[in-house]
Each structure stands twice: as C-alpha cells, then as structure tokens.
Design a binder for this molecule. Structure first.
Ligand code: ZN
Length: 210
C-alpha cells in the first residue's frame, strides 16, 4: 500500500485502453489500495488505474464530504448498463493539475462492477450527482478518454490548458455527442457553477452535494 505518482496529461498511458482484470489477485488488491491511498492523499474524489500507470480496468471513488466518514467504492471491470439525461459538469482531473472546464455528462448512470472481493454489484448515480459524474469520468479513463474530450467549449478548454502549461485539446479526440449537445443547448457553460469529480473537495462542493 503506498501513495503513487499520478501520471500527467501528455503521458500516453492515459490514452491507452485498459485491459479487463482476469482474477482478483493479491496484485489487484494492492493496486486498489494504492489507488485509494493516492486518491485520499491528493484529496481526489476518484482515481483510475491508468492514472498510476496501470492499464487495468479498475477505479475507485469516494464522494463523502466534510465530516462524513470515508466511503471508498471500488469498481473492477465496470460496465455502464444505463445512461440518461444530461448535465453540464465543471470538472478537473488529478492528471491535469488545477485545470478545470465545463464538460457534457449524462445525468443518470447505472454501472455494474466487481468489488475488491470479486463480488458483483450494481450502483446508480442520479440527477447529475457527484457520484453520477465521477463514475463517467473514471470509467472514461479505462478507455483512454479524458474529460477534455467532452468539453463544451474547446476554446475555453484550450485557454485553461495553456494557462497551466498543458497541450491543447486534441481536435480529433473531441467526442461527437449530439444527444447531450441538444439537451444542454439552453444551459450556458458556466465555470464554477457545478462541481468537479476528481479535483479538490471544496466547500462549494459540499453545498452542492447536500
Ligand atoms: Zn481524471
């Protein structure tokens, strides 16, 4: 169990699709603990295995805030089985230090996965909640997809990335999401309005989650 270095944007590990876990071995359990230790050390809400250099289909999430007890959730070989609605989400990512931008997400998502003991479970994130958005953000990491690929305004995203010394959005990575575009047409992109799956747990977020 240890705190690992988080892979930063630009490293090709983040763009590589991850492999299914074939057996919940000791190695996988150690990976899960490393993910949790690293996520908590960085005040993150979620972390996916490729972000610590392992291209395996594993991620962790903890959406507890403030004085709530920790509530770690482990997702191994997750499958998204249902998604609906749309929400504008102001997101960050531990692989993009301090860079946040508005992205398009489904409001509701249902995921099936295995826990650390290999037991299957199903969980639903609803109404654009932090959990709903964190699941989508972390799940994407397993397919080499990054939050900026869902950006609502490419120019704004590029500006923020360049302010943080990061490479611009790769144009051919931007996802075609007509369903979400249509649903979000009337909602202006508004940085700061909503919260961020992976960044720091802020006071603002506590208010929003409650
Ligand atoms: Zn991320």
């Amino acid at each position: 169990m240890s705190i690992k270095k988080v892979v930063k944007y630009g490293d090709e590990t983040l763009r590589r699709p991850s492999k299914e876990v074939s057996k919940i071995s000791k190695k996988i359990q150690t990976l899960v603990h490393d993910l949790l230790d690293t996520m908590y050390a960085k005040n993150g809400v979620g972390l996916a295995a490729p972000q610590i250099g392992e291209n395996l289909r594993v991620f962790v999430i903890d959406v507890s805030t403030g004085n709530q007890p920790l509530h770690p959730m482990v997702f191994i070989n997750p499958k998204i089985i249902k998604k609906s609605g749309a929400v504008s989400s102001y997101e960050g990512c531990l692989s993009f230090p301090d860079a946040y931008t508005d992205v398009k997400r489904y409001a509701n998502v249902m995921v099936k996965a295995l826990d650390i003991h290999g037991k299957p479970f199903t969980i639903e994130g609803k109404d654009g909640s932090l959990l709903a958005r964190a699941i989508q953000h972390e799940f994407d990491h397993l397919d080499g997809v990054l939050f900026i690929d869902h950006c609502r305004n490419r120019f704004e995203a590029d500006k923020i990335l360049s302010e943080h010394g990061l490479a611009p959005v790769e144009g051919d990575r931007i996802l075609d999401e007509p369903e979400l575009d249509k649903a979000l047409e009337s909602i202006p992109a508004n940085p700061g309005e909503t919260v961020l799956p992976e960044g720091q747990n802020s006071q603002k977020e506590d208010e929003k989650v409650d």
